[in-house]
Design a protein around this ligand. Structure first.
Ligand SMILES: Cc1ncc(COP(=O)(O)O)c(C=O)c1O
Length: 379
C-alpha cells in the first residue's frame, strides 16, 4: 500500500463531472472557464512576442514592465503601491501563487483557517507542509462569515488565514465591514493572510472589490493572489501574480525560484502591453453582470431558488423544491438524464455537508446559456 502524503485526495469533482458531461454530450456549466474567445488584440500581442523572439527565460520575479504595470494598476484601484522591484512576482497561475505562499510560511503543526465551502487547492497545499487545516463552515443561507466565530477559532497556533473574495463557489463577496472586522481581529497577531482575489474584476451591482490592499494593517500581513487567466478569458495561459510587502515577498520568492523559477516569457510581454489599457479589464464587471442577468432571467420561471451572484462567474441554485436527492446524485442524474452539467456544492463543504445546492458557471455564450435554461426550466 502506497504511503500517500495526501491519503484523502482522489480524482477531483471537476474531472469526474467533466468526463460524465463529455460522455453524455451535456451542456457544460460545470468547470469555471469561458467558452468564448479572448480579445484578438491580446492574442496578437502574444503572437508578436513570440515572433519577435521573447522565447528564453524571463527574470525570476517576472519581466519588469509587467511588474511595473501591475504596481500602477493596484495603486490606482486600491490605493496601495507595491514596489515592482521586490513586492510583486509573476506566477504560473494563481494556483501556483497560492501553493507557493502556503509552502513559504507553513511549518508542521501550524494552523491555517479556511472558510468552507472553499476552492479546492488550499487544503492539499497546507497538508503537504504538515500544516493543520482549521475549517470554519459558513451557513448555506447566505455564506456570511461570523466574525465572532473566527475570533474564537484563532489562537497562538494560527499561522495563516485564507480568504477569497469574490468567492468561488458561492458567488458572494466580502464587504468593507467584513474586511474591517478581519483587520481588527488580527491586530496584534502574527497571522498571515493569503487573499485569493482571482475574481477581483467580476463584482456586480455597483459594489466595489474589497482588496486587502485597501486596508493598511491588513495589507502589511497579506499576500494577494491574482490570475490573468480569469481576467482576460485565457485560463489556459495559467498566468497570474502575487503582491505582498517586501519581507513577505522575499520569503515567497525563496520558494518560487525552486518551484518554477520563472514564468512563460512571451505571454508576460503580451499581458504587460495589454494591461496598459485599463478599459481592457474595467469593463469586465458589466460584461459578466450582463451574463448573470441573462442567465437568471432565462431561468426565472424555473423551480430553483436563486440568490443572484454578487461576484465571480458562478451562480448557485438551490433545488430543494425539486427533489430531496443529495447534490452529487442529483448533479450526476442531471447529466445522464437531462444533459446538463453543474458542480455540487457539497464537495467544497466541511464533511461534504449537503445543502441541495449546485454551482453553474455563466461564463458562456448566450447560445449555451439558452440551451441550459431550456433544460433547467423543465425540471
Ligand atoms: C477561487 C479560485 N482561486 C484560484 C483559482 C485558480 O486560478 P488559476 O487558473 O490562475 O490557477 C481558481 C480557478 O478556478 C479559483 O476559482
Amino acid at each position: 500500500m502506497m504511503d500517500s502524503k495526501l491519503p484523502n485526495v482522489g480524482t477531483t469533482i471537476f474531472t469526474t463531472i467533466g468526463k460524465l458531461a463529455h460522455k453524455h454530450n451535456a451542456v457544460n456549466l460545470s468547470q469555471g472557464f469561458p467558452n468564448f474567445g479572448a480579445d484578438a488584440a491580446l492574442l496578437d500581442l502574444a503572437q508578436q512576442a513570440i515572433s519577435s523572439g521573447h522565447n528564453q527565460y524571463a527574470p525570476m520575479q517576472g519581466i519588469y514592465s509587467l511588474r511595473e504595470v501591475i504596481a500602477d494598476k493596484i495603486e490606482s484601484l486600491y490605493g496601495r503601491y507595491y514596489h515592482p522591484e521586490n513586492e510583486i512576482t509573476i506566477t504560473a497561475s494563481a494556483t501556483q501563487g497560492i501553493f507557493t505562499a502556503i509552502s513559504a510560511f507553513i511549518k508542521p503543526n501550524d494552523e491555517v483557517v479556511v472558510f468552507k465551502p472553499a476552492y479546492d487547492c488550499y487544503e492539499p497545499a497546507i497538508e503537504l507542509c504538515g500544516g493543520i487545516v482549521v475549517p470554519i463552515q459558513l451557513e448555506s443561507a447566505n455564506f456570511k462569515i461570523q466574525w465572532d466565530v473566527f475570533k474564537s477559532t484563532i489562537s497562538h497556533k494560527t499561522k495563516m488565514v485564507i480568504i477569497n473574495t469574490p468567492h468561488n463557489p458561492t458567488g458572494t463577496i466580502l464587504s468593507k465591514e467584513d474586511m474591517t472586522q478581519l483587520q481588527l481581529i488580527l491586530e496584534g497577531t502574527d497571522i498571515i493572510v493569503v487573499s485569493d482575489e482571482v475574481y477581483e474584476h467580476l463584482v456586480f451591482d455597483g459594489n466595489q472589490h474589497e482588496s486587502v490592499a485597501k486596508y493598511k494593517d491588513l495589507a502589511t500581513r497579506s499576500i494577494i493572489c491574482a490570475s490573468f487567466g480569469k481576467t482576460f478569458h485565457v485560463t489556459g495561459w495559467k498566468m497570474g501574480y502575487c503582491a505582498a510587502p517586501k519581507e513577505l515577498m522575499a520569503e515567497f520568492q525563496k520558494v518560487h525560484q525552486y518551484v518554477v523559477f520563472c514564468v512563460n516569457h512571451p505571454m508576460q510581454r503580451a499581458v504587460a502591453e495589454y494591461l496598459r489599457t485599463p478599459e481592457n479589464y474595467l469593463g469586465l464587471n458589466q460584461f459578466y453582470q450582463q451574463k448573470r442577468d441573462y442567465f437568471l432571467s432565462a431561468i426565472e420561471d424555473s423551480r430553483f431558488i436563486k440568490t443572484p451572484s454578487a461576484g465571480t462567474y458562478f451562480q448557485v441554485l438551490d433545488y430543494s423544491k425539486i427533489t430531496a436527492e443529495n447534490d452529487i446524485a442529483y448533479a450526476e442524474r442531471l447529466i445522464r438524464e437531462y444533459k446538463i452539467a453543474s458542480i455540487p456544492i457539497s464537495v467544497f463543504n466541511l464533511n461534504k455537508q449537503d445543502n441541495q445546492q449546485l454551482r453553474f458557471c455563466f461564463a458562456k455564450t448566450e447560445e449555451t446559456l439558452d440551451k441550459a435554461a431550456e433544460i433547467l426550466n423543465t425540471l
